[in-house]
Design a protein around this ligand. Structure first.
Ligand code: ATP
Length: 268
């Protein structure tokens, strides 16, 4: 279980996280949602140890992150974040093989298992055909898939992702989150798309101004008036053909007035 408790953090004099709790365990997928600047990325950074919060604790199976060595942490926790794009002149295959480093001894050569795991990871994200390409020459969506493959190659039992569907077309947005669900790996994922959160997360945490405004099953958190207030948008929850919740959105101005529908068909 990965758990953050009572996390407080400020950049300079500006508080960004104000007593946030979040946890994930047992292969569940937990979504972090919230408007721009609400603290999602900062919270995620505390969860993988790239940022030490000023107050609060982050533990992995009860052990504070600070007590784990870097390789220990890397074998337990894989991260897919926007900042992880490398400028090193590496092929796609070598980029994915970086995910095997925590499993290798110092100066140990890559084994047949490393190569097989890396190839399988690329295959799972639909990027096997890119193996020989230069990582730096990929499109944004291709890069994202390769970075996810690198995380899969790490074979960690916890996965942290910051906007993994960024740059992905609609097919791969669903493909990647579907894959995350299938992995059975305990995952905390920052998502802007509330419909993706509704469909693929077991629980969601709604951050607002550095605090967890709501926390629970997607249908509870997303189908609530609080969401409209936090995002300042009119929201209607409908039920899709497969029985899943789908959200529709309409602009709302500062007074709470929404755009008038142009036709009856277009009404929310
Ligand atoms: N390194 C930093 N130094 C100073 N301020 C920062 C730093 N990183 C983030 N902030 C500020 O902290 C606040 C929260 O940022 P954060 O990136 O955690 O939010 P977010 O919810 O992930 O936003 P977004 O949805 O826009 O990605 C923002 O006001 C941001 O400008």
């Amino acid at each position: 279980m990965l758990e953050a408790r009572a996390i407080h953090h400020a950049y300079g004099a500006t508080p960004v996280l104000r007593g946030v709790d979040v946890h994930a365990s047992g292969g569940e997928v937990v979504g972090l949602i919230g408007p721009n600047g609400s603290g999602k990325t900062t919270l995620l950074r505390t969860l993988y140890g790239s940022l030490t919060p000023q107050r609060g604790t982050v533990t992995l199976d009860g052990v504070p992150l600070a007590r784990l060595t870097r390789p220990e942490l890397a074998r337990r926790l894989a991260v897919v974040v926007q900042e992880s794009t490398t400028e090193l002149p590496l092929s796609v295959a070598d980029t994915v093989l970086l995910g095997r480093i925590p499993h290798q001894g110092t100066f140990q050569r890559r084994t047949a298992t490393d190569l097989a795991v890396a190839a399988d990871a690329l295959d799972r994200v639909g990027a096997a055909h890119l193996a020989g390409r230069d990582f730096g020459g990929l499109s944004g969506g291709e890069r994202q898939r390769v970075l996810i493959a690198r995380a899969l190659a790490q074979q960690a039992d916890h996965l942290l992702m910051d906007e993994p569907t960024n740059h992905l077309d609609i097919h791969f947005q669903h493909e990647v989150l579907h894959l995350v669900r299938e992995l059975g790996v305990t995952t905390i994922v920052v998502l802007h798309d509330l419909n993706l959160a509704a469909r693929y997360c077991d629980r969601v945490v709604l951050l607002d101004d550095g605090m967890a405004r709501a926390h629970g099953a997607p249908e509870e958190v997303l189908d609530s008036g609080g969401l409209e207030e936090v995002y300042r948008i009119a929201i209607q929850a409908v039920t899709a053909d497969d029985g899943r919740m789908q959200l529709l959105f309409r602009h709302m101005d500062r007074t709470g007035a929404t755009d008038a529908p142009t036709t009856a068909k277009g009404r929310l």
